[in-house]
Design a protein around this ligand. Structure first.
Ligand code: N01
Length: 545
């Protein structure tokens, strides 16, 4: 290091990211007596809820379930104002939690981790940042988020565009006023589906460019059901225990029947009931929607019938009907007035499936066939380099200088989504190979943080220097993750779960679809068995003593 460089700070653990995961990890490590520091790129806490400030951003999981569960007092003290909380309210909540536990003092804001290298002589990670900081940490915990690397497609001409442009995942803090403006939105995923109704209400004219139509169900947002709330708050810890034992990290009565066993009338009734409940309820209507094409087609057709009932212009309705992939095998969207928005006179829908956006011009954009559009503003609702994108931006090197990006060249490989072989003492919270994005993220985050903290305590108690996933355990887990995914219809969609939205990204189903409950049980068993599948090395190298 040069003489001017800051001194290396020695820590037990370095945590990357101050979202829900990083903050809870900090709290747990602090309480367990470890020294820990969080590094965060933003100027405050919040992670995904700090960055995604686009109009209409709110959580698709109900507020009573999308909050921390580790402290019974929190859900009693914090009052959510709606069934589905808005982004500003969730951001206020996470700030309240940060204040309550005095977490900010251990967060270095406006700083990006640039590299993390494992030193085999000392068994420590040397972590550096874009501000010239250097940390020597025994453990490194990546709480970098699954959907945090925003992605604007590599459009020719973007630099030449004279109007304003925004990505939903990096929205200006001061907000954007689209009043009187002509606006183009590219993309029709969750972020677009939430923001389009609000942008349309402001803009002079909105043009939506759709490559793939999406299945979306109404949120039916509204006030919280006080009776239900009182019931779960009687024992919130037990409620969360049930969530951790469930399929998706939310407490729901499981479906019992096959869609194919039900009569058409029964099916219609069940779908209608679930449509009225709103949100993801419809996905759990029958046991075989995710695994049987014929069963799945019944749900797909039900949603298409709702789109046709809602959208007045038949050609627009047909264009909005998804048909290239099974229902809910791309992330199901939850909306408030999305399809209705296409009945407005100031909104038009453009199909870019076979006539893609070819370039951004100085005044707007041009499609492959030469059709040009002028806009005052363009919104890229084009998603993220999901699950691996944030990690791939950091130069992570494990044993023998092994680069994580090289190791994952053909897709991410982990044991339990917690560790990658060759990278001792480095953990990923909700990493690829864990239920993560297929679950209520907070439930999965807490499960990982609890597991990692218990693991670090175990290592300390047993005077163990390193823990590292074995290649064998990793290979078996990756096979298992792929096998379980192959039993489902998910691989049939070109989704970001498979990296399909990023040109050149290997097509690998990244999250674990075997269920939060089964997965948590496996993690617990692994720990009980003395961290089976991990190599534990008791020897502290001489230089670390
Ligand atoms: O991103 P997406 P997102 N030309 O990848 C299109 C979570 N989330 O930000 O489908 C034209 O889903 C792309 O088209 P296609 C949630 O898990 C949660 O909306 O690839 N179009 C797609 O329509 C979600 O799934 C919440 O053909 C292009 C869109 O852009 C995840 O974040 C809210 C294009 C991207 O959709 C990501 O959602 C918001 C191109 N060149 C997000 N490139 C809540 O919980 C891409 N597209 C509320």
């Amino acid at each position: 290091m040069s003489e001017a460089a800051a001194p290396v700070r020695t820590l037990d653990a370095l945590i990357v990211g101050a979202g829900f995961a990083g903050l809870y990890q900090l709290l747990r490590l602090r309480r367990a007596g470890f020294t820990a520091q969080v590094i965060e790129a933003g100027d405050n806490v919040g992670g995904t809820w700090y960055w995604n400030r686009y109009p209409g951003a709110r959580c698709d999981i109900e507020s009573l379930e999308y909050q921390y569960g580790f402290d019974e007092a929190l859900p009693h003290e914090w009052q959510w104002s709606e069934r589905y909380a808005t982004q500003p309210e969730i951001l206020r909540y996470i700030n309240w939690v940060a204040d309550r536990f005095d977490l900010r003092k251990d967060v270095r804001f406006e700083t990006r981790v640039t590299s993390a290298h494992f030193n085999e002589a000392t068994n420590r990670w040397l972590v550096t940042t874009d501000r010239g900081d250097a940390y020597s940490a025994k453990f490194c915990v990546m709480a970098t988020g699954c959907l945090s690397a925003a992605r604007v497609p590599d459009f020719k001409g973007l630099d030449s565009y004279k109007g304003e442009w925004y990505h939903t995942g990096e929205w200006p803090h001061e907000g954007v006023d689209f009043t009187g403006k002509t606006v183009g939105v590219i993309g029709t995923g969750s972020s677009a589906i939430q923001s389009i109704p609000l942008i349309a209400a402001q803009a002079k004219h909105l043009t939506v460019f759709q490559r793939t139509a999406n299945f979306s169900v109404p949120a039916h947002n509204g006030p919280i059901d006080e009776e239900y709330k009182a019931k779960i708050l009687q024992d919130y810890t037990a409620f969360r225990r049930a969530a951790r034992a469930s399929q998706g990290g939310v407490v729901r009565a499981p479906a019992e029947k096959s869609a194919l066993e039900a009569t058409p009338e029964e099916r219609q009734r069940e779908f209608e009931i679930r449509w009225e409940i709103g949100g993801f309820a419809i996905g759990g209507a029958f046991i075989d929607l995710a695994i049987n094409e014929e069963a799945n087609a019944t749900a797909a057709e039900f949603v298409r019938s709702k789109i046709r009932q809602t959208v007045k212009d038949p050609a627009t309705a047909e264009l909005l009907c998804p048909r290239d992939y099974p229902f809910a095998t791309k992330r199901l969207c939850v909306d408030t007035g999305y399809f209705e928005t296409f009945n407005r006179d100031n909104v038009s829908l453009v199909d870019v499936k076979n006539n893609p956006v070819a370039e951004i011009t100085t005044t707007g954009l041009k499609l492959q066939d030469g059709t040009a559009y002028d806009f005052d503003a363009i919104v890229f609702a084009t998603g993220f380099d999901a699950m691996t994108g944030a990690l791939s931006k950091i130069d992570i090197q494990g044993r023998g200088g092994l680069k994580l990006n090289e190791k994952w060249e053909h897709g991410p490989r982990t044991y339990l989504g917690l560790q990658a072989a060759g990278f001792p003492n480095l953990f990923t919270i909700t990493g690829p190979g864990s239920p993560s994005v297929l679950s209520n993220m907070i439930v999965s985050i807490e499960q990982h943080v609890d597991w990692i903290t218990d693991c670090l305590e175990y290592l300390r108690d047993h005077e163990t220097a390193t823990i590292e996933a074995t290649t064998r355990a990793e290979d078996e887990w990756v096979d298992h993750v792929n096998t379980v995914a192959s039993f489902t219809l998910y691989p049939k969609a070109n989704s970001w779960y498979l990296g399909a939205n990023v040109p050149g990204k290997p097509r690998v189903f990244m999250p674990y679809i075997g269920g939060v409950g089964n997965y948590a049980q496996k993690c617990d068993q692994v720990a009980k068995d003395g961290y089976e599948g991990f190599a534990l090395d008791a020897k502290e190298p001489v230089s670390a003593r």
